[in-house]
Design a protein around this ligand. Structure first.
Ligand code: ADP
Ligand code: MG
Length: 213
């Protein structure tokens, strides 16, 4: 019996995945939010949690350092999905990836006139693909967080970021002008491991599917 790792991030993903993990019989043996450990045993001796940054989860699974993982569609779109099988939408950590601008900025007008938009985001690949498909010229500015700040201080005309309630945008005088994609978290599986460890992995994937339904 080989040990199966599940790569996932603390915070929103773990919080919303916890009830699913419990239903699948994978309750962590210590609280990942409080422990400093990055590898955490579960109720099942052959499965352990591997605590990673949200944007790193696909990389751990792609290289087989974890056979399974949980990652947002935002992160998967940006990663590209190479080496990954995505069998299941877990329906958790739901939000939307949007283009947002300061209230008063004429986004439609700027796009219509073919102006070169400066767009700040941490989703550089996804943003480039979105605007290329629309034929809109953009200068991308790569940020690592707090994208809402960029338009307020003149760093960018627009941002691409995640919103759920819209409260953070509103508090900073921004509004969403375009949806790029709906986002939720998915179960991801290393493609090679699914072949070599199918007997162990398929029942786990099926158990997650039942836990979601
Ligand atoms: P980080 O800020 O380190 O990327 P988060 O816990 O904020 O970590 O986000 C992790 C994942 O949770 C994101 O990749 C996305 O899929 C999802 N997420 C982020 N923001 C929201 C939100 N406002 N509502 C719902 N899900 C979100
Ligand atoms: Mg965040």
């Amino acid at each position: 019996m080989q040990i199966i790792g599940i790569a996932l991030s603390k915070g929103r993903i773990l919080e919303e995945a916890a009830p699913l993990l419990a239903r699948v019989g994978l309750m962590p043996r210590e609280d990942p939010e409080r422990s400093r450990k990055l590898v955490i045993a579960t109720e099942r001796r052959d499965v352990r949690l591997i605590v990673v940054r949200a944007s790193d989860a696909p990389t751990y699974v792609q290289y087989g350092a974890a056979a399974l993982g949980i990652a947002g569609h935002d992160v998967l779109a940006e990663h590209g999905g190479a080496g990954l099988y995505q069998p299941l939408d877990l329906g958790i950590a739901r939000c939307r990836m949007v283009v947002a601008v300061q209230k008063g900025f004429d986004y439609k007008g700027a796009v219509r006139q073919g102006a070169r938009l400066r767009v700040a985001t941490k989703y550089v690949q996804t943003t480039r693909a979105h605007f290329a498909a629309k034929g809109v010229h953009v200068d991308l500015i790569r940020l690592y967080g707090s994208m809402e700040l960029a338009p307020l201080v003149g760093l960018a005309d627009a941002i691409v970021d995640l919103v759920s309630s819209g409260q953070t945008l509103k508090a900073n005088g921004l509004s969403a002008v375009e949806e790029i994609m709906p986002v939720s978290a998915r179960l991801i599986v290393n493609q090679a491991a699914l072949k070599t460890k199918r007997a162990q992995l398929q029942p786990l994937i099926d158990a997650f599917a039942r836990a979601v339904a």
